[in-house]
Write a protein that binds this ligand. Structure first.
Ligand SMILES: NC(=O)c1ccc[n+]([C@@H]2O[C@H](COP(=O)([O-])OP(=O)(O)OC[C@H]3O[C@@H](n4cnc5c(N)ncnc54)[C@H](O)[C@@H]3O)[C@@H](O)[C@H]2O)c1
Length: 380
């Protein structure tokens, strides 16, 4: 199988992925692209990338016969149009979250992926964190018993972020809270009731016609038995530390992400057998969550943790890796291997649309005072 020639577009957050591609055993070359030439050269110099593989020209990447796959890490309003352009150019596409901010765009990307036959992968960090991989292992071993309820939250203050963030409907960037719970419940969300909450200063209302700094939703999940999930998202005027959390409540075990970053998550366990007295005994354990280097090729496994890039070279002796709870190398590995193995990635276009549509519909519900909104399916 030939090695891949990848282009990485958008070098803010995107620069985190440069060393992973450079070291992945199935990647032949990496071209870096940003509209800002200074960023291209700063990142290119930092990682010793040839001048021929630095560009500011996105269209040139689409036209090039020497690029097989494009990873987009550009601003939110560009995701859908750039992903469609990549697929239409006959290239594989990875795109950071969110996939899009309207149902029509989600559907267009699902259709374009099918027509092109190329890989589309939503680069959802929240389903490759080590905490998620731990909960997934618990699920595989049957430790939760029947899942009874799920909860997700993403708190982040976006003051002074780039302009496209200002006043963004909170649920338009909800996938870090939604994707883990839908993955663990192995289903999609059918309908939603969502309320806007709090007060946001007037100047932030204008860009998206959104008055809410916080949105909180109850989703009905597709399931043979009743199953609900609650998701809360805050972006402005809310005093809470950054956190992208999910909790799973099962009949025999539950997993709760810690409230304070860098503490340990908690696992509760309850016996399946009937209680003698009032209530069953519950055990509470703070768990040490392992890094899952064992799931990765050795060349990129170290990027699950933050460490010195190359201690032997003074020019390369900077800290790198460990982003989003160790998820970054897992994402790149799945994208690359899905192309090499000619299969769908785990977070393919339909799955990613199923993780994005709930937030889009939740915001519609919030604008209608919490009315029920049906969430469309994408697998038809
Ligand atoms: N956990 C996660 O999955 C996660 C975390 C952070 C950011 N993100 C997503 O990543 C994206 C980028 O985040 P950021 O903080 O780096 O944003 P940013 O706005 O700071 O940076 C975006 C970069 O894209 C470049 N760019 C803009 N238009 C371009 C074009 N047409 N062609 C090439 N380059 C272009 C800009 O010059 C800039 O360097 C956002 O959409 C955000 O949603 C995801």
């Amino acid at each position: 199988m030939k090695k891949l020639r990848v282009a990485l577009v958008g070098l803010g957050f995107g620069r985190e992925f440069v060393p992973i591609y450079l070291h992945h055993p199935d990647v032949e070359s990496l071209t870096i692209c940003d509209a800002d030439a200074d960023k291209v050269n700063t990142v290119g110099d930092k990682f010793l990338i040839d001048a021929a593989r630095r560009t500011t020209d996105f269209q040139g990447i689409l036209n090039s016969d020497e690029i097989d796959a494009v990873h987009l890490v550009t601003p939110i309003p560009l995701h859908a149009q750039q992903a469609l352009a990549v697929l239409k150019a006959g290239k594989h596409c990875a795109c950071t979250v969110p996939m899009a901010t309207s149902i029509e765009e989600l559907r267009a990307i699902v259709d374009a992926q099918r027509t092109s036959g190329k890989v589309y992968m939503g680069m959802e960090t929240a389903v490759y964190t080590r905490r998620f991989l731990y909960a997934k292992d618990m699920l595989t071993k049957g430790e939760f018993g029947r899942i009874q309820f799920l909860r997700g939250a993403h708190y982040q203050d976006m003051e002074n972020w780039p302009s496209y963030w200002l006043g963004l409907p909170p649920m338009h960037y909800a996938t870090h809270a939604v994707a883990p719970i839908l993955s663990l419940a192995n289903t999609r969300a059918k309908s939603v009731h969502c309320s806007g909450s709090g007060v946001m200063r007037q100047e932030l209302h204008a860009q998206y016609n959104n008055p809410f700094p916080i949105e909180t939703a109850i989703f009905e999940l597709e399931s043979e038995t009743s199953l609900a999930a609650e998701v809360t998202r805050s972006l402005f005027h809310t005093a809470h530390a950054y956190g992208e959390l999910f909790n799973v409540y099962g009949e025999t075990a539950s997993f709760e992400w810690e409230q304070i970053e860098d503490e340990e998550p908690v696992v509760y366990r309850m016996p399946a057998t009937a209680a003698q007295g009032r209530g069953k005994p519950i055990t509470v354990e703070k768990v040490q969550v392992p890094y899952r280097e064992d799931l990765l090729p050795p060349e990129i496994a170290r990027f699950t943790r933050r460490g010195v890039y190359d201690a032997s070279n003074p020019h390369l002796s900077f800290l790198q890796g460990g982003g989003h709870d160790g998820s970054h190398p897992h994402l790149i590995h799945e994208f690359v291997r899905s192309i090499v193995e000619e299969r769908l990635p785990w977070s393919d276009a339909v799955t990613t649309a199923n993780w994005n549509a709930p937030g889009i519909c939740a915001h519609q519900s919030a604008l209608k005072g919490g009315a029920r909104v049906e969430i469309p399916r994408f697998d038809d």
